[in-house]
Design a protein around this ligand. Structure first.
Ligand SMILES: NC(=O)c1ccc[n+]([C@@H]2O[C@H](COP(=O)([O-])OP(=O)(O)OC[C@H]3O[C@@H](n4cnc5c(N)ncnc54)[C@H](OP(=O)(O)O)[C@@H]3O)[C@@H](O)[C@H]2O)c1
Length: 326
């Protein structure tokens, strides 16, 4: 029987609830302990999801010798400090995206993971789902030929949350790029690699972070047109065109179970039955890495996370977006 992996969760907001509901669906792992800055929230969360222990301090979670891996679900600006503290306590870490706010932080996190010989992975959950696997299989199998064009976007109406929300707060590393623009950027990077050049244009919120941002990534013989926004809703689909066919990912593409291959007048639709909402696949990957004594995933490596944050740094440089803590 596979070794039981005991999980801890740090930071008990919206995403932690969704993640833990999926964790319960994965075999041979369990929710061991949870920690919040607020003891009452930790107690309520543990009661709702059946965690064995709860803590009103992150340090107590780091000191829990039953916990093998911690899922960091705090806000963007805290990923760095919380991940470093967990790694220094010899805990494996699955950290929410973005792994950190800039390249400098990610480099230090990788250095720390290597020093302590501890597993670290960014929670880029789309990378691990079966729809993405199908996409990669079609592309690697040459189904659409040489890639020439990719169009990926990610938007929702964040204005509805008010300008005071974390989404627009520079002290919380807000802005659409780090929060949701990371998904289209990840897709272009995975399929086309590091671009030769990037052009970007942002509409900024009064707080200085990007409210919406458009990006053109140029490659030798391909373009990726990417966009993210907090200023409106949209039907998020992906178009990927090669010289011999197209692939379309259904709305909302980053979590969609449906993907279509088009070659001339022939269409092939694949639809997957997702386990849970889709966080199950990154959990399975982390569990397997731990059982294999791997310190990083081969599907989404630390170099991949570093490349992605470097692209975000470059785009922020191009559009003049800097966070106060940088
Ligand atoms: N992968 C995905 O699909 C996905 C989706 C959304 C967000 N995210 C990422 O997940 C991270 C957290 O986002 P989120 O949407 O979960 O943020 P959130 O709901 O605002 O929670 C953020 C943090 O605030 C604290 N908190 C929760 N409820 C609170 C309350 N009622 N009052 C005061 N503080 C409270 C929690 O820490 P304590 O309990 O320790 O106080 C929590 O970790 C971000 O980095 C984001 O980029 C990922």
């Amino acid at each position: 029987m596979p070794r039981l992996i005991k999980w801890g969760v740090l930071g008990l907001g919206k995403i932690a609830h969704k993640f833990v509901s999926d964790l319960q669906l994965v075999a041979d792992c369990k929710l061991e302990a949870v920690a919040s800055s607020n003891t009452a929230r930790a107690a309520a969360f543990a009661g709702q999801h059946g965690a064995t222990r709860f803590y009103g301090s992150y340090q107590d979670l780091f000191a829990d010798d039953q916990v093998e891996i911690i899922y960091i679900a705090s806000l963007n600006q805290d990923h760095y400090a919380h991940t470093l503290a967990a790694l220094k306590n010899k805990k494996a870490v699955l950290c929410e995206k973005p792994l950190a706010i800039n390249q400098k932080q990610v480099l230090e996190m990788i250095r720390c993971a290597r020093e302590h010989q501890t597993f670290l992975m960014e929670g880029l959950w789309t990378r691990f789902n079966p729809t993405f696997g199908q996409l990669q299989q079609w592309i690697a199998g040459g189904e659409i030929g040489a890639l020439r064009y990719l169009n990926a976007t990610f938007s929702f109406n964040g204005l509805a949350y008010g300008i005071d929300s974390r989404l627009f707060n520079p002290d919380k590393a807000g802005g659409s790029l780090l929060d949701i623009g990371i998904y289209p950027l990840f897709l272009a990077y995975q399929l086309l690699g590091i671009p030769k050049s990037i052009q970007a244009s942002a509409v900024k919120a009064p707080t200085g972070v990007d409210e919406q941002i458009a990006m053109i990534l140029s490659y030798d013989k391909a373009h990726a047109i990417l966009y993210s926004s907090f200023s409106h809703n949209e039907d998020m689909r992906v178009t990927i065109c090669g010289e011999e066919g197209e692939i379309y990912m259904d709305s909302r593409w980053h979590e969609s179970p449906r993907i279509t291959l088009v070659k001339g007048d022939k269409q092939t639709l694949k639809e997957f039955e997702f386990q849970g909402k889709g966080y199950t696949y990154e959990i399975l990957e982390a569990n397997q890495c731990l059982r294999n004594d791997q310190q990083e995933s081969s599907k989404w490596s630390l170099q991949n996370s570093l490349d992605l944050v470097q692209l975000m740094d470059q785009i922020r440089g191009e559009t003049g977006i800097k966070f106060p803590m940088e």
